[in-house]
Design a protein around this ligand. Sequence first.
Ligand code: RM4
Ligand code: MN
Ligand code: MN
Length: 382
Amino acid sequence: MLDRLRRLEIETPSWGYGNSGTRFHVYPWPGAARNVWEKLADAALVNELTGVCPTVAIHIPWDRVDDWGELRRYAEGLGIRIGAVNPNLFGDDDYRLGSICHPDPAVRGKALERCLECVGIAEEVGSTLISLWLADGTNYPGQDDLRGRHERLLEGLQALYDRLPAGMRLLVEYKFFEPAFYSTDLPDWGTAALACRRLGGQAQVLVDTGHHPVGTNVEQIVALLLAEHLLGGFHFNNRKYADDDLIVGAIDPFELFRIMREIAAAGDDTRDVAFMIDQSHNVEGKIDAMIQSVSNIQTAYAKALLVDAGRLGAAQREGDVLGAHRVLMDAYETDVRPVLADVRRELGVPEDPVAAFRRGGYAEQRTIERGTSSVESAYETA
Ligand code: RM4
Ligand code: MN
Ligand code: MN
């Protein structure tokens, strides 16, 4: 069990280290990272304090630099690597009616170009993951032809897939609404899975835990995707109402446990699953929030690994409904803090990384170095 806990690596997102907010306001956080270099430095600190976050996802064009080799070397110098490359297909006036599903082939071409640029960037920085979320959809019934949009979606994804080098994977992320409010072109795991099936083995589904209607059984989606070898990765965060992007496990730690239980039960089948965080911080410190999320994922996983599979299987075979449920709850109710402290000691990191961050003067030092920059553009995250 300790070994599996040690091996769980969690990728943090560059965009989680900068200032972000809602469409109402962005409150500047003292010392928040102002560019991709500072974001990588913060991600490196999270890795130093947790020992399990060696990679950082980047978002293009938010993190675009002139020399990708230089960024790669900078990351490596900090003891981390660049992970998933996320093409941003929503931050441009041309995308009003969509990107790769847009009715105009010229806009579709531009969106594809952006994706192909990301494939090139991934090769240069040594990453094997392209992570794609589309803001495409429509706002009014009749606005566009739903089947036509689906066809354009598949065509666009195919054109991107055809250009993936060997060993690179395309992770297809779905979300049921927002920014479109009537139809979304990749609204659910089923649509994403159908698309990935058509594309082939290098395309898999990305489950963002905040992208479902309230009440959805997310762990069942995870179980089915695992069974079909279609689970490519996660964007972990927590939500109460919509795509709230709160820290992982903040609202519903039991759901997180149930999801990690499916991961624990699948064993080696999860070797290629990318465990990534996708959250945004409106009123809280960024690095602190990231460490708490990492720690909450480890807590849920540790509990999930404690489930007594033998007893559970026996209860299930006997039809002992509540007996089986109790086996699960036994694990969930176990205090795993001592186990996690052991793991961290072995990893050579502080037993309580949040406390270490808070005590360490890192936030104060960053505030002195970077100051507090107010943000003009309000809506940096979606
Ligand atoms: C979307 C989605 C994507 C993320 C953007 C910023 O809602 O979760 O994964 O990259 O937001
Ligand atoms: Mn996401
Ligand atoms: Mn989201």
